[in-house]
Design a protein around this ligand. Structure first.
Ligand code: NAD
Length: 484
């Protein structure tokens, strides 16, 4: 551990633990935020109540129409937020690394991405203009002219997961605000500090307090948010089971959801085994595998199978699991010991069913060693379900069509990777992969914050990626003039 522990001097200084009715609430700071590595208390936030949720929404509802917030001011606020985050990047990285399972290096990378997300949000001010309508293209419309413009949906509920506690919050708040909406954030109760700090920064940058609120709590209070009649759109990122509960309780509200993955990467016979293996190690074990884009299944042509298994095992063995604030650490802890125990159980189940363990398979508290498996029977959870931990399974294939079929054999469809030197082959395979993005000569673990991001099947509904979220968080509204 580096002395005297860099994170202590950067511990978040937040004025309170929730932001409701334009005020930071500093009473009832009863929800402890603990470092998953060693249980150290990192911060205390409010455990919001259903009444707080109703008050927060009603306050935004009152201000939304009463106090117009012009587009130029919205853009200026997001531009200022971009600058402020650049100036405070070290503090934000320390908050992320202290409360989540990211290493300090991974946290720094997330802050850089968040700066980009805020910059893109400011730039998305030019996504709001509409277009004229071609009434004269139809004989039935008579003598009319018209146009449409994009109007904010109203109030957005932003519900976020623990694994990217800052940037995934920005992917909701940035588009919601530039589009002219009000927004109520409910960050993960496991990692709320990064999101609360971002709300504080946005207020400092000029976002009016009548446009934004943040509540922190568990599922009970989240339900009060999801069911409130004055919420117009729910933007959710998290697990599919939570998404199903939200869909069951939300009524007829619009829902955008970014859910899980069980991502495959295919290594064809002509690929470079070493560079593919290096990319697989990076893509499988970043953030201890707690990444919706993580490489979970690798299909390798039989001619390269042993080589790739050996190279991935070698690369995995070289990773250092350890303290998050130690710059020599490659892999930090999971978000909780309970999650590490779950991963341990899934790996043990696969090994008991006949899988071979090449490296890893050891747990120490919330840490789980990066693990490489082969020979995993198809029914094992570590292969079928989203593992969301540092475990990768490598499987052989003979025909490329079988690999594509196997990659598609999942309830998820987020992203996939292909390694081959033949672009013709890669493009033909890409056409048949049922996923939101196919990455050629890289693994599934690639996201550019400006791209339309989301998945097929149970991986979600709709797309994020700033301008796509802006479109989803606005309604095209027609104005039609009858010229008689
Ligand atoms: P989770 O579903 O447990 O929690 C996500 C959020 O939902 C939290 O804020 C939680 O408090 C809230 N929540 C819980 N119950 C709720 C309810 N009944 N109503 C409303 N909200 C409720 O997810 P997690 O464990 O924090 O995150 C891991 C999951 O998120 C994985 O499945 C991962 O793949 C997914 N994820 C997806 C993406 C993506 O963009 N596709 C990105 C990151 C994470």
């Amino acid at each position: 551990r580096p002395e005297p522990d860099a994170r202590r001097s950067e511990t978040p200084v937040l004025p309170g633990g929730a932001f409701v009715e334009g005020q930071w609430q500093s009473a009832d700071l009863t929800l402890d935020v603990r470092d998953p590595e060693d249980g150290t208390l990192v911060g205390r936030v409010c455990s919001s109540t259903a009444q707080d949720v109703r008050r927060a929404i009603a306050h935004i509802h009152r201000h939304l129409r009463a106090e117009p917030w012009p587009l130029r001011s919205r853009r200026q606020a997001l531009e200022k937020a971009t600058r402020l985050l650049g100036e405070q990047s070290a503090r934000f990285a320390a908050i992320i690394a202290a409360e989540s399972s990211k290493t300090i290096t991974e946290a720094e990378r997330e802050v850089l991405r968040c700066i980009e997300t805020l910059r893109l949000s400011a730039a998305a001010s030019n996504e709001l203009s509409g277009s004229t309508l071609d009434f004269d293209d139809s004989t039935a419309t008579g003598n009319k002219i018209g146009w449409y413009s994009r109007k904010p949906v109203g109030i957005v509920a932003a519900i976020t997961p623990f694994n990217d506690p800052l940037n995934l919050v920005a992917h909701k708040l940035g588009p919601a605000l530039i589009a002219g909406n009000g927004v109520v954030l409910k960050p993960s109760e496991r990692t709320p500090l990064s999101g609360l700090a971002l709300v504080q920064l946005l207020l400092e940058a000029g976002v009016p307090s009548g446009r934004i609120a943040a509540i922190v709590s568990g599922p009970g209070v989240a339900e009060a948010l999801v069911t409130d009649e004055q919420i117009d759109l729910i933007s959710f990122t998290g697990g599919p089971r939570t998404a199903e509960r939200i869909a069951a309780t939300a009524g007829a509200k619009k829902i955008l959801s970014e859910l899980g993955g069980n991502n495959a990467t295919i290594v064809c016979a002509d690929a470079d085994a070493v560079s593919a293996a290096d990319a697989i190690v990076a893509g499988a074990f970043g953030v201890a595998g707690q990444n919706c884009l993580s490489v979970q299944r690798v299909y390798v042509h039989t001619s390269l199978f042993e080589r790739v298994v050996a190279e991935v095992t070698r690369g995995t063995r070289a990773l250092r699991t350890g303290p998050k604030f130690d710059r020599g650490t490659d892999v930090g802890p999971l978000i909780s010991e309970a999650e590490a125990r779950r991963v341990e159980e899934w790996v043990d189940e696969a090994v008991a069913a006949g899988a071979s363990l090449h490296v890893g398979g050891q747990r120490r508290g919330a840490f789980y060693e990066p693990t490489v498996l082969t020979g995993v029977p198809a029914a094992c959870r570590v292969l079928r379900d989203e593992v969301f931990g540092p475990v990768v399974t490598i499987l052989p294939f003979v025909e490329v069509s079988d690999a594509v079929h196997a990659a598609n054999d999942s309830e998820y469809g987020l992203q996939a990777g292909i390694f081959t030197q033949s672009m013709d082959l890669a493009l033909a395979m890409a056409e048949n992969l049922h996923v939101g993005a196919v990455v050629i000569n890289e693994t599934s673990d690639v996201r550019i914050d400006s791209m339309p991001f989301g998945g097929f099947k149970k991986s979600g509904i709709g797309r994020e990626g700033v301008r796509y979220a802006v479109h989803a968080m606005t309604e095209p509204k027609n104005t039609i003039v009858n010229l008689g």
